[in-house]
Design a protein around this ligand. Structure first.
Ligand code: GDP
Length: 212
């Protein structure tokens, strides 16, 4: 994996007009609240507290950007999923996240985190609806896999792979745990490959700012 350990905060934005200029290839992470997104980002970057979320429903939602070394940018997208999220919050989310995904030319890959115990919630399906037309490489991380037994693990993988196949969506699926670090190496390898492919296609040089 690129040097994910070097992470630098870039910006937090609540409106599309505040988006940082496009530069390095971006990997966007999304998932409903409490699914383990922050823990997954922290496990993948090797940072204990790079990403942290507010557990308050209805709080202003932001996309948080970090440069994670060797010209890769991570976009931490807000999630919702509380049963009674106000309509206004949902509408704001649709504008911000939907707009970001649709407009972002530098989006190199998308990671959707789903709870391995219950993948494909309505929120998860909503994310796939946003993701499908983008035709970007997709990684589904089945989080909290440490809570599953062997049979449940196989079932979760089959359910997620079957769900993607039923939609005609290509995508990789990994069991993931930020507790045991299962899936960390696999996810890093996949993401590194997609970043490399993006760079090969778009001619982006490593280490933006140095000699460009
Ligand atoms: P977020 O709201 O999606 O960013 O979720 P967090 O990363 O804050 O995690 C939500 C809760 O799930 C916290 O209590 C975490 O400790 C717990 N959690 C996150 N990842 C895992 C995991 O892989 N295994 C287990 N057992 N718990 C996890």
């Amino acid at each position: 994996m690129p040097a994910f350990e070097q992470a630098r905060y870039v910006a937090s934005i609540g409106k599309l007009s505040q988006l940082p200029e496009e530069g390095p290839p971006e990997i966007a992470f999304c998932g409903r609240s409490n699914v383990g997104k922050s823990s997954a980002i922290n496990a993948l970057t090797g940072r204990r507290r790079l990403a942290f979320t507010s557990k308050t429903p209805g709080r202003t939602q932001t996309i948080n950007f970090f440069d994670i070394g060797e010209g890769v940018r991570l976009a931490d997208l807000p999630g919702y999923g509380f049963a009674r999220v106000p309509q206004a919050v949902r509408a704001q989310w649709d504008r911000l996240v939907g707009g970001y995904l649709a407009e972002r030319g530098s989006l190199a890959a998308l990671v959707i985190i789903m709870d391995a115990r219950r993948p494909f919630t309505p929120h998860d399906v909503g994310m796939l609806d946003w993701a499908q037309p983008l035709e970007r490489p997709l990684l589904v991380l089945l989080s909290k896999a440490d809570k599953l037994n062997k049979r449940e693990r196989a079932a979760a993988l089959a359910q997620a792979r079957g769900g993607l196949a039923a939609r005609g969506m290509p995508g990789e699926v990994c069991l993931f745990s930020s507790v045991t670090r299962e899936g960390v190496d696999e996810a890093r390898t996949l993401l590194a490959g997609w970043v490399e492919a993006w760079n090969a296609e778009h001619g982006h040089k490593k280490a933006p700012g140095k000699g460009e």
